[in-house]
Design a protein around this ligand. Structure first.
Ligand SMILES: Cc1cc2nc3c(=O)[nH]c(=O)nc-3n(C[C@H](O)[C@H](O)[C@H](O)COP(=O)(O)OP(=O)(O)OC[C@H]3O[C@@H](n4cnc5c(N)ncnc54)[C@H](O)[C@@H]3O)c2cc1C
Length: 400
């Protein structure tokens, strides 16, 4: 699949007729009526706002309710994690501990290896592993079943399963992935565990798989050392001042700066941060997809902005010093970027940005109106955000 905006838009166009009742009725079946837009949304080659606007041109809000809600699940997870960055750092920490443990715990090592190579003997799981390796994609219902079997049947640590997904999915996302795995374990909604059943798999795969007698029958909710994660307030975003000369810093988190509200005449240069392998161990398929997406974006932006488009790779130190030089060489008053959300890009970029700020560089940390409007509602469960969807869409002028 091509990793460019044009392909994302064509995919959206092709899906539009199905985004109403067909999606609501067919989305849970495998294969079912789903859009396949996730890698494009993940890297913001297309945006949630433009997808919803396009859908609402073809369907009433009522008809498209389910699809819009699913788009908003992504927004909810992003906002929720943004206000609980500790969950991400703890996940990375626990993952590190488990990787070290696997060096000595041969049983754990072999069981993980067995599962990751599709040799568990549970035919549906083994087939989904193969599919993930081959395509970098799994249907949402499959991801739920997969995570449930990994955690509750095979009794493997969820962090290793989340990591397996992150290394292989084209849409691998720190928020949607980590928090969905936690949700399956019962860590997200306290006491509510997701347990896959053979009946459910049989029904929604139209009989293709029926792992009767192979799956765990119960799943005690997991405990965490800390029960609640009180939200930390969201940082206030900056705004571009018309006339201010700026360099745009682009990362894989948002590849659509044409839509940042910064006029072309104010942009003196664009820097694409090439950190395709920022998540350790990322596999060939997603790494290649990310690289291609960056290349295609560079080509697109050269035409759109008519200014130098440069590529920047490397570690934190060189990023800070090289950005400093670039700002000087391109006579920029500021460095503008979409604030990298909690995740590997943020981990890598934040120290460099702090260094630049300490040196007096004016940083403009922007946020999209979509995130700005929705994220403050991601303080509790999804229901609270879901209730706000119609009013937020009105606020964003996306519905009538
Ligand atoms: C264990 C597990 C891990 C997951 N990991 C990721 C991940 O790393 N990256 C990721 O983008 N999604 C993840 N999801 C959510 C969901 O499975 C995918 O977004 C969806 O399958 C993508 O396929 P689609 O584009 O055809 O979805 P569609 O059904 O067509 O939905 C349209 C868009 O809405 C969003 N969306 C839909 N369902 C969800 C959902 N349940 N949660 C969050 N967003 C949703 C996606 O951006 C998707 O592209 C995970 C779900 C589970 C259960």
């Amino acid at each position: 699949m091509n990793a460019d905006r044009k392909t994302g838009l064509l995919k959206l166009e092709a899906f539009l007729p199905y985004a109403g009742t067909s999606y609501a009725q067919g989305r849970n079946f495998v294969p079912g009526v789903v859009s396949g837009l996730s890698p494009f949304l993940r890297h913001r080659l297309i945006t949630e706002a433009e997808v919803v606007a396009a859908v609402l041109r073809e369907h009433s809000e009522k008809e498209a309710e389910k699809f819009i809600q699913e788009i908003c699940w992504r927004t909810y997870w992003k906002g929720w994690l943004e206000m609980r960055p500790k969950i991400w750092s703890e996940y990375l920490q626990e993952l590190g501990i488990l990787r070290t443990r696997m060096e000595e715990d041969h049983d754990l090592h072999d069981r993980v290896q067995n599962t990751e190579s599709g040799a568990t003997g549970i035919d549906c799981l083994d087939a989904w592993v193969k599919e993930l390796h081959q395509t970098g994609y799994l249907h949402n219902h499959v991801r739920m079943w997969f995570a449930s079997i990994w955690v509750h049947t095979l009794r493997l640590p969820w962090q290793l399963g989340a990591d397996f997904f992150m290394r292989h999915l084209l849409d691998g996302d720190p928020a949607s992935n980590t928090l969905s795995w936690r949700w399956v374990c019962g860590l997200q909604t306290q006491g509510k565990v997701y347990l896959a059943t053979a009946e459910n798999i049989e029904r929604f795969t139209n009989g293709r798989y029926a792992p009767h007698g192979l799956l765990a029958q119960e799943a005690p909710p997991m405990r965490e050392s800390f029960i609640a994660h009180p939200p930390v307030p969201l940082a206030r975003p900056d705004h571009h001042l018309a006339g201010e000369k700026t360099v745009l810093l682009i990362s894989e988190e948002d590849l659509l700066p044409e839509d940042w509200g910064i006029p072309q005449r104010d942009v003196t240069a664009i820097v694409l941060l090439n950190i395709a392998e920022a998540y350790p161990g990322i596999r060939t398929l997603p790494a290649a997809w990310k690289r291609k997406a960056l290349e295609e974006t560079a080509a697109r932006l050269t035409g759109a902005f008519q200014c130098p488009v440069l590529s920047l790779a490397g570690g934190t130190e060189s990023i800070a010093s090289r950005l400093h030089v670039l700002l000087r060489d391109h006579a920029a008053q500021s460095l503008s970027m979409m604030t990298p959300p909690v995740g590997p890009t943020c981990n890598l970029l934040d120290p460099a940005l702090s260094e630049l700020a300490n040196e007096g560089v004016a940083l403009k940390r922007l946020r999209r109106p979509w995130d700005d409007a929705f994220w403050p509602h991601a303080t509790h469960g999804f229901f609270r955000l879901k209730e706000r969807i119609p009013s937020v869409l009105r606020q964003l002028s996306l519905n009538s």
